[in-house]
Design a protein around this ligand. Structure first.
Ligand code: NAD
Ligand code: MG
Length: 381
């Protein structure tokens, strides 16, 4: 049995990870963590019998304890609880399917405890990649990408470890607003932005896909995961989401991974790497597709991607400012407190005004996050 722990088990990636556990039958779930959805957590506890569960919110954890008093599962809460799940002595792999910078500390703890990391939580690498990547090297812990594009790049690198990457072609669907101009975007409401053309995902990342901020975060994630320079990463808009990304080598060969848009494949690949297990589901039908198309991203209309490149070029604490400002702005947009274009306005404003640190420590990364929240609270709330 392969033993795993999952941070964010009630979310989009978390529940799909459990779908794989259900299908494969040789994975044991030893620990789970979620924010507050104790109804679903209770079902997961009854189905998978984990030894430990963390509910971040304390009151919710207390309520869950009462509901599952007849089971052997221990319930913990808060950041200490997330860390306890991340370092559970029996687990070999930690799936980081939590959303936001909340994932940083548990990921650091898991690496230090020697756990393999199946990483979906891109915000961790975006903001603390300069700490996480060297740490993983020091502890000889593999970081296996779950994000579909990064999994595609990782798959395209297999057997080519000694060859130099000339360029990474990072594909993007373009989101629901592809082809729109700034005037159109001003009118967009929460419902419009939540309609992703190809992928079904959590709310935050779905909004990020519509602004292209998600692609910006993925460029940064790719830089850290694959150790390439920023100008070696080219974003290619590919509306069909069939080519999940590709690597171009020095001889000009381009190796890509293709498939239907189904997150279970990258999740399963990370869990069983380097093995490819049988997976149920739809197969890619090239005849049905007929053609694949490609465009350059419109960074004038979708400022989020341009700002991400600016943040990464400046480095230091700037990617944290970019990420934290986006996180807060997206939450405000989902609460209908700001308009759609204000998401990128807030990011840009924070990047100009929040104090810059050139080589932030982990504490400084988290302090920068707080500084962004305070700045937005004063100016925009
Ligand atoms: P989601 O919103 O569906 O799920 C988030 C999960 O995190 C939930 O289980 C929630 O309870 C948990 N969570 C939130 N705050 C928490 C806290 N304080 N303590 C404990 N648990 C907490 O999000 P998602 O779409 O599954 O995305 C998760 C991560 O994976 C994100 O970083 C996202 O960028 C990345 N990702 C997702 C997809 C996708 O297809 N959904 C694809 C690529 C990458
Ligand atoms: Mg992705």
């Amino acid at each position: 049995m392969k033993k795993i722990a999952i941070l964010g088990s009630t979310g989009s990636i978390g529940t799909q990870t459990l779908d794989i556990v259900r299908e494969q039958k040789d994975i044991e779930v030893v620990a789970l963590a979620a924010g507050s959805n104790i109804t679903l957590l209770e079902q997961q506890i009854r189905e998978f019998s984990p030894k430990l569960v963390c509910v971040f919110k304390e009151e919710a954890a207390e309520a869950l304890k009462i509901k599952i008093a007849d089971t052997d599962t221990k319930v913990v809460s808060k950041m200490e609880g997330l860390i306890e799940v991340a370092v559970h002595p029996e687990s070999e792999i930690l799936v980081t399917a939590i959303v936001g910078m909340m994932g940083i500390r548990p990921t650091v703890a898991a690496i230090k405890a020697g756990k393999k990391i199946a990483l979906a939580n891109k915000e961790t690498l975006v903001t603390a990649g300069h700490i996480i990547i060297p740490l993983a090297k020091e502890y000889h812990v593999p970081i296996l990408p779950v994000d579909s594009e990064h999994s595609a790049i990782f798959q395209s690198l297999q057997g080519n470890e000694s060859n130099r990457i000339e360029k990474i072609l990072l594909t993007a669907s373009g989101g629901p607003f592809r082809g729109k101009n700034a005037e159109d975007l001003a009118e967009m409401k929460v419902e419009d932005a939540l309609k992703h053309p190809n992928w079904s995902m959590g709310r935050k990342i779905t909004i990020d896909s519509s602004t292209l901020v998600n692609k910006g975060l993925e460029v940064m994630e790719a830089k850290w995961l694959f150790g390439v320079e920023l100008d070696q990463i080219e974003v290619v808009v590919h509306p069909q989401s069939v080519i999940h990304s590709a690597v171009q080598y020095e001889d000009g060969a381009v190796i890509a991974q293709l498939g239907t848009p189904d997150m279970r494949l990258p999740i399963q690949y990370a869990l069983y790497y380097p093995e490819r297990r049988k997976m149920s589901g739809k197969r890619l039908d090239l005849f049905e597709l007929g053609s694949l198309t490609f465009e350059r991203p419109d960074t004038k209309t979708f400022r989020g991607l341009a700002l991400a490149y600016d943040a990464m070029r400046k480095g230091g604490s700037q990617p944290t400012v970019f990420n934290a400002a986006n996180e807060r702005a997206v939450a405000m947009f989902l609460d209908r407190r700001i308009s759609y274009p204000q998401i990128t306005e807030i990011i840009e404003d924070c990047m100009e005004h929040v104090a810059y640190i050139s080589d932030p420590t982990l504490d400084q990364v988290l302090e920068t996050e707080q500084a962004v929240y305070e700045y937005i609270g004063q100016k925009w709330a």
